[in-house]
Design a protein around this ligand. Structure first.
Ligand code: NDP
Length: 246
């Protein structure tokens, strides 16, 4: 790996596309060297090459966050980690009657345990200005037809709060972002019609963009943000406020 740099270093998971890719681009624009990781090696290499071509300080690393040894090995190869963005996650629509325990475990293996393994490893190596940003989901508040996803994201909120309390004495701040509906490939299952309907259900009248989340990640990842920890920031165009029906 490269990284002999004076720039702060951010490690972003699931950075080949969607929110992770936008986050890598934004963090690089805001002065980080970004280690872009993803389970899809070819995709993350292509995304990193495009950003590097445009002048960003980034590199690509293959990483399946279910692989604990690979997570620790990657952290060992990093000269430093100033900010960890735990973004990689999966989503699936399935009614509870059809959900298997394997479905549930798979969701937790990626959305929760992978996040925990990297947070534990990164925190062990971080200095006093370390930052961890976990991507949860507004779904943690409750949603129909994906109990395994909702539960996993509620666990992310709990993990964030617990780590924040443990790590605050060391000056490491841990926060979560709960995005609303963001227009990324994760929504591939939705038809154009369903997406248009979803957009009108948002108080701001549109779906979120990956850049909307990336901006908040960058704010929370900054060493200058020194008095916010353990929080889950809803970035959802106001949808969690309810109302607006009348
Ligand atoms: P995408 O599916 O567009 O991107 C997720 C990336 O993570 C993909 O490149 C995917 O690779 C990768 N990934 C999947 N599994 C693993 C793994 N085991 N190890 C490493 N990387 C993996 O999703 P989004 O950008 O939309 O979502 C990013 C995060 O935001 C997720 O945690 C999601 O739950 C959360 N979120 C998204 C919302 C939305 O509406 N988009 C709303 C609320 C939260 P591959 O494609 O090969 O699977």
């Amino acid at each position: 790996m490269s990284q002999q740099t004076d720039m702060p270093i951010a490690l972003v998971t699931g950075a080949a596309r969607g929110i992770g890719l936008a986050t890598a681009e934004r963090l690089a624009a805001d002065g980080f060297h970004v280690v872009m990781t993803d389970v899809d090696r070819q995709a993350v290499e292509a995304s990193a090459a495009a950003l590097a071509e445009a002048g960003s300080s980034v590199e690509a690393q293959e990483l399946d966050i279910r692989d604990e040894r690979a997570c620790d090995a990657l952290l060992n190869r990093c000269s430093r980690v100033d900010a960890l963005v735990n973004n990689a996650g999966i989503f699936e629509v399935k009614k509870t009657a059809d959900l298997t325990t394997d479905d549930f475990r798979r969701m937790f293996d990626i959305n929760v345990i992978g996040m925990f393994v990297l947070a534990r490893g990164a925190a062990a190596r971080m200095t006093a200005s370390g930052r961890i940003v976990n991507i949860a989901s507004r779904a943690y508040l409750g949603a129909v037809d994906y109990a395994h996803y909702v539960s996993s994201k509620a666990a992310v909120v709990g993990l964030t709060r617990a780590l924040a309390l443990e790590l605050a004495p060391r000056g490491i701040l841990v926060n979560a972002i709960a995005p609303g509906v963001i227009d990324t490939p994760i929504l591939a299952a939705w038809s154009d019609e369903a997406r248009a309907k979803l957009a009108t259900a948002q108080p701001v009248g549109r779906l979120g963009r990956p850049e909307d989340i990336a901006a908040m990640v960058s704010f929370l990842a900054s060493a200058k943000t020194g008095f916010i920890t353990g929080q889950t920031i809803l970035v959802d165009g106001g949808r969690s406020l309810g109302g607006l029906a009348t």
